[in-house]
Structures are given as C-alpha cells and as structure tokens.
Design a binder for this molecule. Sequence first.
Ligand code: ATP
Ligand code: MG
Length: 260
Amino acid sequence: MANNTEDHLILLPHHIRIILMTPIIQTTNLKKTYGDVTAVDSITLSVRRGALYGLLGPNGSGKTTMIKMLTGQIRPTSGSAQVLGREVSTDPIWVRQQVGIIPEQETPPSFLTAMEYLDLVGSLRNLPDLRQRAEWWFDFLDFADKKNVLCKDLSRGTRQKLMLTQAFIHQPDLALIDEPLMNFDPIMQRKIKDFLVDYVKSGRTLFLSTHILAIAEEICSDFAILHKGNLLQTGTPKDLYDKGMSLDEFFLHLVGRNYA
Ligand SMILES: Nc1ncnc2c1ncn2[C@@H]1O[C@H](COP(=O)(O)OP(=O)(O)OP(=O)(O)O)[C@@H](O)[C@H]1O
Ligand SMILES: [Mg+2]
C-alpha cells in the first residue's frame, strides 16, 4: 500500500509537519513479565500515522499483551510506550479516550441490548449524534434487526459486530484491534477489510493483531512478527513481494526456524 503522506508534508506548516511525522505509536524496550514468563521482551517499535499495521505471531507470542500495554490496560514491567505522543502509563485514561479498542475475545455486557450498549458508549464518548451514527453501523453491518436484543442472546458474530461498532463509532485517529475478523463469515470479512483499508486512506491509523496471514498480506501496509515475546522482523508486504515470498511462506520460514 503506497504512502503519500510524506510527499504532502512539505506543504504544511512546520508544527503540523512535526505532529504528522511523529510516530503515532512508539515503544522503547517495552517489556512485560508475569513471574517467570516474559510475555513481551524489550520491544522497540514505531508505527507511522496512516499505517494499517499488522501484528503477527504464533499463539502466546505477546500480541495481546502488546495491545493491552498500548491501551493502558496493563502496566509494562519496564520500558516505555507512547501513543499519540503521550506516555501510556502516565496518561492511560486520556489514551483510552482518544483511541478505539477491540480487546481480544471481549463481548458486550450481557444484560444490555445492543442499542443500550451503544448509548452507553455514546455518552462516554460524548457523541450527541450517537443514534444517527449507530443507525449507520446497524445498516452497514446488517444487524438493525438485533438492536433491541439483549447482548447475551446475540450470536458470536453479531456480538463482534457490536464490538467493531463501539471501537469505530467516534472515528478515532487510532484504533487497536485484537483479532477483529475472527468470527465473521467471508462476506462480512470482505466488507470489513474494505472498511479498514478505506479508514486509513483518510490519514487515520490501525494497529491490528491477526493469525490470518492472507488478510494481513492483503490489507496491511506494514507488519511486525513476534515470537516468544521477541520482535523477529518488521517489514512491508512489498518487501516480501520483492523477495518473491508470500507472507505465509516468510512467516513459516522465520517462525519455524525459531519454533521450539
Ligand atoms: N495475565 C497473565 N498471567 C500470566 N501469564 C500471562 C498473562 N497474560 C498473558 N500471559 C502469558 O504471556 C504470553 C503472551 O500471551 P499473549 O496473550 O500476549 O499472546 P498472543 O500472541 O496474544 O497469543 P494468541 O495468538 O494465542 O492470542 C503467554 O505465554 C501467556 O501465557
Ligand atoms: Mg492474543
């Protein structure tokens, strides 16, 4: 995916240029341990504005732990994480107010209807036009008939539609989404992939974890591969294309070599 942001920066005032050129996510030696387990091991990573960044890695490689640290849900053991220019462990509430988040395997509150849940999100996000925005999402993801159903009675895919809606309803500059396409059928996956690609075209940024390498290869502008908490590789699908390798082949080659 081409990035033309740099070409246009020269036309902008200096202070705006500095903001746009500052990585939207920057981690430095970011580390998280749980007792003897090192979930994330001193990772230094930069994500530019406008990227559709894919965080890849086998089960237990540290993807969810990274996203939790970047969204202030857990504190790092050491190192630093800056999101939108602020240190997350110093300003976790501010960061969560700005970004959109889909936590891994999270479901909406069982005792609220889909509409009630979005009303709650709308008041937290201070969205006076919440109902209008919600209607757009019900229509886009084709679940308007479920808006008054209690979340406990929604199918897994519909609950995931609601989680996607709450993450994007305030049109955040940055969304961090953990396995966003897992529970969707192929038609819905196509629709959401197109949405994600369009979303970053407006200069916004997405940081997503996925196991589905074909999706990462298709939509991501950049990727990072984690293994056992270590950053094995960063790159772009184009780098791989130039090497004549698919992301799948590259992943198996790289992770397979380090698998034990
Ligand atoms: N709360 C916790 N307590 C103890 N260990 C944890 C905790 N959370 C994560 N871990 C461990 O940290 C490591 C990384 O886990 P994490 O959930 O970040 O991996 P992941 O890449 O998201 O995996 P998956 O692809 O299965 O979702 C694993 O070894 C996991 O068991
Ligand atoms: Mg995970």
